[in-house]
Design a protein around this ligand. Structure first.
Ligand SMILES: [Fe+2]
Ligand SMILES: [Fe+2]
Length: 303
C-alpha cells in the first residue's frame, strides 16, 4: 500500500488547498487532500478547482493507486456541534430563525455530500476513469450547493456552524468503507435519493413563507441531485453486471446488511424515474406508500 504521505508533498502547508487541483499529479490523491481540509469554504473551492483541472486535462486519475486512510476523516470545522438527531428541534418555516435553521441543515447536508463524493474518488481503487470523473463532478456540484446555501444563510445573519447538526450521512460512508457496491447502493441510491423526495415539500413550505430566493436554490439542488442519483444508479448497475448480480435482490440484501434507513413515502416518482430507477423499483416504492404503480406515460394535454 502506498502511504498517504505523497499528497502532502505536493500540497505544501502554506498553500491554499484551493490550488491543489493545479498542483496535484493524481486527482484521487488530490481528492483525499480536499477531504482532509477542515475549512468548509476551502474544501468547497478545492472540490471545484479539482474537477475543473480534471476537465481541462491538467490532472489524471491513477485508478490503481491504493491510498492509506489518514486518521480523522473527514476534515471538518469545530462547529457545528454534532448531536444525536433526536436532539434537533424542528422549527416553523414562518419565522426567519426557523428558515435559517432549515438552511443551515441543508448546508450541513451539502457539506457532508462534498465529503461523500470525494471519499468515493480516493477510496475505491481499480474503477474505470469515468467513475472518478463522475464523482469529482458530484463533489464540485455539492460544493456549489454548499456555497449557494452559505450565501443565503449569511443573508439571514448566520454562518455554517451556528446551529447543531447530526452525522448520519458520514456514518453510512463509514459503514460502507470496504465495499464500493454497498456505497453506491446506500449513499447515492438511498440517502441522496431521499433528498429527491424531501425537496418538493420543503420548497413548498419556503414559498408559503415568501422565501422565493431559498426556493430557487432548492430548484438548482434538485436538478443536480437527479444527476447524482443517476450516477449512483449507473455505477451500481455496472458493478452488479461485472459480478453477475441481479440489481434488485442485491439492493435489498445490502440495505438489510448495512441497516439502511427504511424508505418512507411520499416519493418523488418523476425525479426518481429521471434519476434512473426502473419501473419495478418505482412500483415497489408505490406499494410501500400504499399507492398504485406510478404511471410512466405523460398525461395528455389539450393542445
Ligand atoms: Fe447537493
Ligand atoms: Fe448530491
Amino acid at each position: 500500500m502506498m502511504s498517504a504521505a505523497p499528497f502532502a508533498s505536493f500540497v505544501p502547508a502554506e498553500s491554499p488547498v484551493a490550488d491543489l487541483g493545479r498542483r496535484a499529479h493524481c486527482a484521487r490523491t488530490a481528492a483525499l487532500a480536499a477531504l482532509c481540509e477542515a475549512d468548509p469554504a476551502a474544501k468547497a473551492a478545492a472540490a471545484r478547482a479539482l474537477y475543473a483541472a480534471v476537465l481541462a486535462g491538467g490532472v489524471a486519475c491513477a485508478a490503481d493507486l491504493e491510498l492509506d486512510e489518514p486518521a480523522g476523516l473527514p476534515g471538518r470545522p469545530a462547529r457545528p456541534e454534532l448531536v444525536d438527531p433526536r436532539h434537533l428541534k424542528r422549527r416553523s418555516m414562518q419565522s426567519p430563525q426557523g428558515r435559517a435553521v432549515l438552511l443551515h441543515a441543508l448546508a450541513h447536508i451539502e457539506f457532508n455530500a462534498i465529503n461523500l463524493a470525494l471519499d468515493a474518488v480516493w477510496r475505491f481503487a481499480g474503477m474505470p476513469t469515468a467513475f472518478y470523473t463522475d464523482w469529482l463532478k458530484v463533489a464540485a456540484e455539492e460544493a456549489y450547493h454548499f456555497s449557494l446555501l452559505a450565501v443565503r444563510l449569511a443573508e439571514y445573519g448566520h454562518v455554517y456552524g451556528d446551529f447543531p447538526a447530526h452525522d448520519g450521512l458520514w456514518d453510512m460512508c463509514e459503514r460502507t468503507r470496504g465495499d464500493v457496491l454497498a456505497r453506491m447502493a446506500l449513499v447515492p441510491r438511498t440517502l441522496e435519493a431521499r433528498g429527491l423526495d424531501a425537496s418538493p415539500p420543503i420548497r413548498a413550505r419556503l414559498l408559503q413563507a415568501g422565501d422565493q430566493a431559498s426556493a430557487a436554490i432548492l430548484d438548482v439542488i434538485l436538478r443536480d441531485e437527479i444527476g447524482h442519483v443517476l450516477i449512483g444508479n449507473r455505477w451500481f448497475r455496472h458493478l452488479c453486471d461485472a459480478s453477475g448480480l441481479d440489481p434488485h435482490p442485491t439492493y435489498t440484501r445490502l440495505a438489510d446488511q448495512y441497516h439502511a434507513p427504511k424508505l418512507r413515502g411520499p416519493f418523488n416518482f418523476d425525479a426518481r424515474r429521471d434519476a434512473g430507477f426502473d419501473e419495478a423499483e418505482l412500483a415497489e416504492l408505490a406499494a410501500l406508500a400504499g399507492l398504485d404503480a406510478p404511471d410512466a406515460t405523460p398525461p395528455a394535454t389539450a393542445d
